[in-house]
Ligand binder design. Structure first.
Ligand code: SAH
Length: 378
């Protein structure tokens, strides 16, 4: 299939600068066109080829005929009393012909920064027992255009809302999905986030969060410089097997080794360990001790996350006093530990609550019924 074939136009949103340079070269064009296009689309937010005035008219016409620039559509938006915003986005292949391709993104304003929480997959296949997204099962990976398109859209939407498009200072891949299981499409999006001709975010302000895909952590280290967050939640294998079933594939000893490799050779690099506090499950002093011992020698900080409940979930949030004791103990052992403030609760925008109303393909609920009651459900 020829790339010039108008029947199969490329989506320019799918390309980072390096890919676009190669593509232009293959078309017999000057590779520096890539920088021009990237800065029009991502820095200036321009999607209309006719407005790209430093490109010649024939080139604009050719781009119009042989390429397109496509983004997710906004289905709805909500504003929390604390300023947090959540958007439900509709992707191609959505309701008309294939129900359920919807994702959520969240903007969290704070005094000194504004964080955009970006999704990487429709649904998620990892089945963490405390997470709302897990209930939907996995639907599909997002394309690069759909990942970077979230940042593009959020900047426009915030500008329209009078918040200012430059209010986004940080991006965290902590929305729906497991980013490291969508590495191929994730990487160009990360490159664009950090590209000075696109969004120009510093590498410390772009964070990839993983439930612990060990080969993915190594790949990330080889290809980028972003900050790494690991959703740990337990410091021993039997408990982590229950909370994060992926642990059976990549147990703690392997995960911690990958974390050590990620920071090796970098003076300032640290891994952020996320730890959702579940009352009576992983929030007692004995757990804090185990955690402190497990992380010895790993340059890190620990982010304690209050559990955010959702309908039908059996866990409860730790008491404030248990969470404080847990954090104090870690600090006494020399760790930097913070208790994350929960934001956007009134619009179900908090961690682990992103549900996006995707069709449930996991049959998780039915499996649960089967296990509990021995019923055979087809
Ligand atoms: N799959 C990646 C990205 C999702 S990030 C990962 O696991 O890191 C979402 C973060 O929110 C993770 O740290 C996840 O463990 C946490 N989380 C999930 N459900 C939650 C809930 N109900 N309450 C609080 N945090 C939750």
């Amino acid at each position: 299939m020829s790339l010039r074939d108008p029947e199969h136009p490329v989506n320019l949103m799918d390309y980072d600068k390096g890919m676009l340079r190669t593509w232009f070269e293959q078309q017999g064009e000057k590779p520096f066109r890539a920088t021009q296009i990237i800065s029009w689309i991502h820095q200036r937010g321009e999607l209309d080829f006719d407005a790209m005035t430093d490109l010649s008219k024939p080139l604009r016409k050719w781009l119009q005929e042989s390429t397109h620039i496509s983004l997710p559509a906004v289905a709805s938006s909500e504003l929390s009393s604390d300023g947090t915003r959540k958007w439900l986005l509709e992707l191609e292949g959505g309701p008309q012909n294939q129900p359920g391709n919807r994702i959520e993104m969240v903007f969290i304003p704070e005094e000194t920064r504004g964080t955009l929480c970006v999704s990487s997959q429709v649904g998620c296949g990892l089945d963490c027992s405390f997470c709302a997204t897990a209930r939907q099962g996995f639907n599909r990976n997002l394309s690069t255009a759909e990942i970077i398109g979230q940042l593009w859209l959020a900047r426009q939407l915030l500008a329209e809302a009078g918040v200012g498009g430059d209010a986004i200072t940080n991006v965290v891949m902590m929305g729906m999905g497991e980013p490291l299981l969508n590495f191929r499409n994730l990487l160009p999006a990360l490159n664009l986030m950090m590209d000075d001709h696109a969004y120009g975010l510093s590498k410390r302000r772009v964070t990839v969060s993983t439930a612990g895909i060990v080969p993915g952590i190594d790949r990330l280290r080889e290809h980028t410089d972003v900050a790494l967050a690991v959703s740990l939640h337990a410091a021993n294998d039997p408990l982590r097997d229950k909370l994060v079933p992926l642990n059976r594939k990549f147990p703690l000893v392997e995960l911690l080794a990958a974390c050590r490799r990620y920071v090796e050779g970098y003076q300032k690099r640290r891994v952020t360990f996320e730890y959702v506090m579940l009352a009576g499950i992983n929030d007692q002093l004995e757990h804090a001790k185990e955690l402190a011992t497990l992380l010895e020698g790993v340059p890190c900080k620990i982010n304690l996350i209050p559990f955010n409940p959702f309908p039908g979930i059996g866990y409860q949030r730790s008491t404030e006093s248990d969470a404080l004791k847990f954090g104090d103990y870690l600090m006494k052992r020399g760790y930097v530990a913070t208790i994350r403030k929960t934001r956007g609760n009134d619009i179900a925008a908090a961690c682990g609550q992103l549900a996006g109303k995707v069709a449930d393909r996991s049959h998780r609920h039915l499996r649960f019924v089967e296990q509990r009651f021995g019923t055979t459900v087809s």
